[in-house]
Design a protein around this ligand. Structure first.
Ligand code: ATP
Ligand code: MG
Length: 140
């Protein structure tokens, strides 16, 4: 069960808690694969050079740092780690990866970097819960 785990992270504390749970789950289940997804917003090309290249590079660097921290937080697992940095809508990216990689479970936080307080679930987790092709584990 849960051979292939998909972990989605966005740099929030919620997502890091999800990373810890995903690592624990991978160890408990002897999972073969832990795939970590970070989606980042694209930069509109009308920004123009040289700002465009700078903006793209800093977004990518930020996404890489989020990925690195998530990997450290998940800890060592028997599972093989795969990392995917994807430009575009987080919910679509997570669902698409789960579908194409045939993930058995998606692990994610209830909330993320969003600033709207009072919501139980952020819009990304709401969309993923509604449309995911596999079970979703929401970490509070
Ligand atoms: N860009 C992203 N890449 C990968 N996973 C993400 C991304 N954004 C959110 N997630 C995942 O979804 C979880 C919930 O975040 P979500 O975006 O739904 O909440 P929020 O940021 O508080 O609300 P909103 O984005 O609607 O303002 C995060 O803890 C993380 O696991
Ligand atoms: Mg968000």
């Amino acid at each position: 069960m849960f051979e292939k785990i998909l972990l989605a992270v966005d740099g929030s504390d919620h997502a890091l808690r999800a990373a810890r749970v995903a690592g624990d789950l991978a160890r408990a289940m002897n999972s073969t694969e832990l795939r970590i997804v970070v989606a980042y917003e694209g930069i509109p090309p009308y920004l123009g050079e040289p700002n465009l290249e700078y903006a793209i590079r800093s977004r990518l660097k930020e996404a890489e740092e989020i990925m690195q921290k998530a990997q450290e937080t998940a800890g060592k697992a028997p599972a093989q780690i795969h990392t995917e940095l994807i430009e575009g809508s987080p919910a679509e990216a997570i669902i698409e990866v789960a579908r194409t990689r045939e993930s058995n479970v998606i692990v994610m936080g209830s909330r993320g970097m969003g600033t709207l307080t009072g919501l139980v679930l952020g819009s990304t987790s709401q969309k993923v819960v509604s449309h995911a092709p596999c079970p979703v584990l929401i970490v509070r």
